[in-house]
Design a protein around this ligand. Structure first.
Ligand code: MLT
Length: 304
């Protein structure tokens, strides 16, 4: 019997891939053979000696001490691409929300009090503050041309946007499943100088931390929009807030709330919802459960 320790809720669709007759799965279990998790931060955890594999039902693995596991020969599996449609949809929604001032407009609409006639009058005079702009003809810069970045390029192109892409390790020409006509940027700076919107789809590491900072914001066209649905720390939030206050940037859409951002009228923050759809949770759980099973039962490595 294989024992699987779950550190977060894992979609039943994934757990169903581990047959009951040979797998015991629980959130508390002695001597586990493998660990399944989503966002639980494992860095300070005492990892049981019996663990032979770790599976993250998501793409990023920065909540797992991967180097330490690799030294011990323990593979860390993840689910690349399994939630990429969910993230793409929210990034597109984020662009539309920023362009149409949905955050401040929603706050305005829900703050109105009084009789319906009074509300109607307030709407008539207040709505002029929320006039937005449309996406066709605007340029979206996509940093990171993996499964998520490529889907966003394709969708933005379908919405009539110009798309410019940059990835430190692949070119636009070699990006997998990229159907849209995407211009190749030569560097992050080059991409920023052309982007009315910029979105990041890279892991957080020493090369990507504060990838967008005060100096780089200056390269962007006026009234640009910054989106961060990747990892907290890729965008220097303080620099972005300053640029919003100076009128340089139009809006910041960030999937990581913080005290700095929460009351800013031009910041739209979300509680890391990019991958939070039923479909994505199921896809990730299925992929990672299959990977764990292939490793435990046959010693096969898929996607680690
Ligand atoms: C991922 O790494 O898959 C996404 O950021 C979503 C998540 O953290 O679960």
């Amino acid at each position: 019997m294989y024992k699987i320790l779950t550190l977060n809720n894992i979609s039943a669709a994934g757990l169903d891939r581990l047959p009951r007759e040979s797998y015991e799965v629980a959130s508390e279990i002695a001597h586990p053979d493998a660990i399944l998790l989503r966002s639980y931060k494992m860095h300070d955890m005492d990892i049981p000696e019996t663990v032979q594999a770790i599976g993250r039902a998501g793409a990023g693995v920065n909540n797992i001490p991967v180097d330490q596991m690799t030294e011990k020969g323990i593979p860390v599996f993840n689910a690349p691409g399994a939630n990429s449609n969910a993230v793409k949809e929210l990034v597109i929604a984020g662009m539309l929300m920023a362009a149409r001032n949905i955050g401040p407009a929603w706050k305005f609409a829900t703050s109105l009090e009084g009789e319906d006639a009074e509300i109607t009058r307030a709407v008539e005079s207040g709505k002029k503050n929320f006039v937005g702009f449309e996406l066709p003809g605007r340029t979206l810069g996509v940093v990171g041309l993996g499964a998520i970045g490529v889907r966003i390029c394709n969708a933005a192109h379908d919405l009539g946007m110009n798309v410019v892409g940059y990835d430190p390790s692949i070119t636009v020409k070699s990006a997998w499943k990229l159907k849209a006509d995407v211009e190749q940027a030569l560097s992050v700076d080059d991409l920023l100088s052309r982007s009315d919107f910029v979105t990041f789809h890279v892991p957080l590491n020493e090369h990507t931390a504060n990838m967008i900072n005060e100096e780089r914001i200056k390269l962007m066209p006026d009234n640009a929009v910054v989106l961060n649905f990747a990892r907290n720390g890729i965008v220097d939030d303080e620099a972005v807030v300053k640029a919003l206050d100076d009128g340089k940037l139009y809006a910041y859409v960030c999937d990581f709330p913080s005290n700095l951002l929460k009351d800013h009228p031009r910041c739209l923050t979300l509680p890391h919802l990019g991958a939070s759809t039923r479909e994505a949770e199921e896809n990730c759980a299925i992929m990672v459960a299959d990977e764990i099973r292939a490793w435990l039962e046959d010693g096969n490595i898929v996607n680690s």
